[in-house]
Design a protein around this ligand. Structure first.
Ligand code: PLP
Length: 412
């Protein structure tokens, strides 16, 4: 049996069906930079980048080298001794995150970073309620899922963690009105990723910061997807010069080689660990191998000025997409995004899915947003070149043309 059949039989038949529908009933073989090859030898431009994880592309040599070195030295920490790469990464994160964020808790994923922030907010404030935003996505473990207001994911597992309320995204006034004396924190993405690449109105993050500060509520910026240069600045909150109380990071933090998650926060909030050092912990969180990858990833991101590059390449991509949107108004409703976090909103989710399939056929990988299937995300590595953008746009033009023909065929 080939690996796709094994996946279908033993892992997730539903997802296998979806992949087949988008023409991706294939098995990956190897990858390098912006390219991935399947086992038939077909090459794809990776314009999904593992949902915003592969900022440095696949197998960035400096990250691979750092991981190999650590692998030969000590991949896992014994935990009762302090690990050097872990301590160094915490110090480095405190240097590169907004002012006042000095302390770090490490997990292995975005959801774990969010769980840690959720718990820290409750313990520190002694209050139970958290505000989240409609369309927000913060992960699928029970705590993180409780902050992800999507009925398809929440309803099958109710009851959720209590005390969570969702307010409209981008509406600072609605958020202010929802704060009660029992509110511990507000969690917000600087740009909603899975919600369909939704960029909030200018000044929103600043307003959220002002309101939360005035009302004595913690602000958690979920930078799992927006972080590390994706939007054209190192952090999404940098666009409005906002320093949250807690900032979550994961995805690109491991340089596309290792999984790692982190919550970086104000020293005062982390005082909870002084009273109870093991109030939250993780066996693998912040393991030396992942931290070595993250240290190298941060170095490459800053040395190669990737946030600036993301902005430049993103502008080229968005401009090209807008031209295509004008030529295909019957298929594309809107193009939006910032840097290389770009969304293409189709008139309908099925039209988007058809186009994703046509794009895959033409050797470009994309996918739709988990919370908003009408929106196809384009999140290529930040190392992408002009040529790759132009190739992807050309493939998209062909895919749109084929999608239009297919629909005309169906509608007769
Ligand atoms: N937070 C945000 C903003 C995300 O986009 C995601 C994943 O897409 C998560 C949290 C969850 O991350 P993970 O899938 O690593 O648990």
């Amino acid at each position: 049996m080939d690996s796709f059949a094994l996946f279908e039989k033993h892992i997730n038949p539903g997802l296998a069906g979806l992949l087949r529908f988008t023409g991706l009933d294939r098995v990956e073989s190897h990858a390098e930079g912006v390219y991935v090859w399947d086992t038939t030898g077909k090459r794809y431009l990776d314009f999904l980048g593992l949902y915003g994880t592969l900022n440095l592309g696949h197998r960035h040599p400096k990250v691979v080298e750092a991981v190999k070195r650590q692998l030969d030295r000590m991949p896992m920490s014994v935990r009762v001794l302090v690990s050097e790469p872990t301590a160094r990464l915490a110090a480095r994160l405190s240097e590169v995150t907004p002012e006042g964020l000095e302390m770090v808790f490490f997990g292995n994923s975005g959801a774990e970073a969010v769980e840690a922030a959720f718990k820290l907010a409750r313990i520190y404030t002694g209050k139970p309620e958290i505000l989240t935003t409609e369309g927000g996505f913060h992960g699928k473990t029970m705590g993180a899922l409780s902050l992800t207001p999507k009925p398809e994911y929440q309803d099958p597992v109710r009851p959720l963690v209590p005390g969570v309320k969702a307010v409209p995204y981008g509406d600072a006034r609605a958020l202010e009105e929802a704060i009660t004396p029992r509110t511990a924190a507000v969690i917000v993405e600087p740009i909603q990723g899975e919600g369909g690449i939704r960029v909030p109105p200018e000044g929103y993050l600043r307003e959220v910061r002002r309101i939360t500060r005035e009302r004595g509520v913690l602000m958690i910026a979920d930078e799992v997807q927006t972080g590390l240069g994706r939007t054209g600045r190192l952090w999404g909150v940098d666009w409005e010069a906002v320093a949250p109380d807690l900032l979550t990071s994961a995805k690109a933090l491991g340089g596309g080689v290792m999984p790692i998650g982190a919550v970086v926060g104000r020293r005062e909030v982390f005082e909870v660990f002084k009273k109870n050092p093991l109030v939250h912990s993780s066996t693998f969180g912040g393991n030396p191998l992942a931290c070595a990858a993250a240290l190298a990833a941060l170095e490459v991101t800053l040395e190669e000025n990737l946030p600036e590059r993301a902005l430049r390449m993103g502008n080229r991509l968005i401009e090209g997409l807008k031209a295509l949107a004008q030529a295909y108004p019957d298929l594309i409703q809107e193009v939006r995004g910032r840097g290389l976090m770009v969304g293409l909103e189709f008139v309908d989710a099925d039209v988007g899915a058809l186009c994703v399939a046509e794009l895959a056929e033409r050797g470009v990988l994309t996918a739709f947003g988990l919370n908003n299937p009408k929106v196809v995300r384009l999140e290529p590595p930040l190392i992408v070149e002009e040529d790759h953008i132009d190739q992807a746009l050309q493939a998209l033009e062909g895919a749109l043309e084929a999608t239009r023909k297919a629909i005309e065929g169906i509608l007769g």
